[in-house]
Design a binder for this molecule. Sequence first.
Ligand SMILES: NC(=O)c1ccc[n+]([C@@H]2O[C@H](COP(=O)([O-])OP(=O)(O)OC[C@H]3O[C@@H](n4cnc5c(N)ncnc54)[C@H](OP(=O)(O)O)[C@@H]3O)[C@@H](O)[C@H]2O)c1
Length: 314
Amino acid sequence: MADKKVIAVVGSTGAQGGGLARAILDDPNGGFACRAITRDPNKAQAQALAAKGAEVVKADIDDVDSLKKAFAGAYGAYCVTNFWEHLSGEKEKAQARNLAEAAKAAGLKHVIWSTLEDTRKLMAPDDTRMPMLQQKYRVPHFDAKDEANAYFAGLPVTYLVTSFYWDNLYSFGLGPKKGDDGVYNWAFPMGNKRLAGIAVEDIGKVAYGIFKAGSQYIGKTVGITGENLTLDEMSEKLSKGLGVTVKYHAVEADAYRGFGFPGADEMGNMFQVYRDFEKEVLGARSSDAARSLNPSLQTFDQWLAKNKSKIALG
Ligand SMILES: NC(=O)c1ccc[n+]([C@@H]2O[C@H](COP(=O)([O-])OP(=O)(O)OC[C@H]3O[C@@H](n4cnc5c(N)ncnc54)[C@H](OP(=O)(O)O)[C@@H]3O)[C@@H](O)[C@H]2O)c1
């Protein structure tokens, strides 16, 4: 353990960080050790990582001093913020600033910042196709992450641009819902454009590949996707894989924003960006890059075969 490079994994009890923590722990001869950061070392996910050999350390990304202690002595850190816990672009930036400050204080040799692009750059400020949210953002959880890139400048950082998790189908309530006629329906403002998607476990495996490759990726932006599929293609694969009929409905973005669930306006804007700027969004992500860093990168069908029992069709 002492001669291993310690990676402090923020979000270790969650989807992205959990994938990285498991990738490190599943490769005991890989030269890296996992320091799992969590606000609650007693929670089941943290205990499961401890049982696999992780050092579990308590820290809160709202508390920079706790982060400085948690990063001390480490070689690297995986930095991720959870927008969906507070839905605030400003808070997400403040958390990212804390992560970067702690990384600097600890003198880390390699930091991965899990980021997304600034969608405001795709539209003129007076473009009326979608509303501005929180005064200044088009898609707050994208735009704020990109703004936060600046905090990491000057650090040995890799900017990891992620994609839509297919796991949202079971973990984020985005799966198709059963109608009275027995057909499963889902609606997005995606027209017939392709969505860049990925199995979230693969994000962590890519991150592990980046740490293993070391200096090659420092100062670089790596955009990753598993597979880019239209919603009709995904519906066809789900129908086949789950033995049901899944039907996609292309709705207008305004209608989606009006659905009323928390974050509906944010998600409406996000899917509209995927739809209206398909070329730019897909162009910023590569499955070849992801596969070169993680040779076991899954396709949608492979992900579905592994996860179908989790997709509780409601
Ligand atoms: N869903 C998607 O399709 C998608 C796609 C691309 C990017 N993203 C981005 O992914 C991010 C969320 O990552 P995820 O999906 O891996 O999250 P997740 O599964 O919901 O887990 C959240 C993780 O963040 C940690 N965390 C949250 N607040 C913290 C705090 N104040 N201090 C310390 N740790 C904290 C939690 O740790 P503890 O609770 O144990 O402390 C937990 O490990 C979001 O910002 C989202 O925008 C999502």
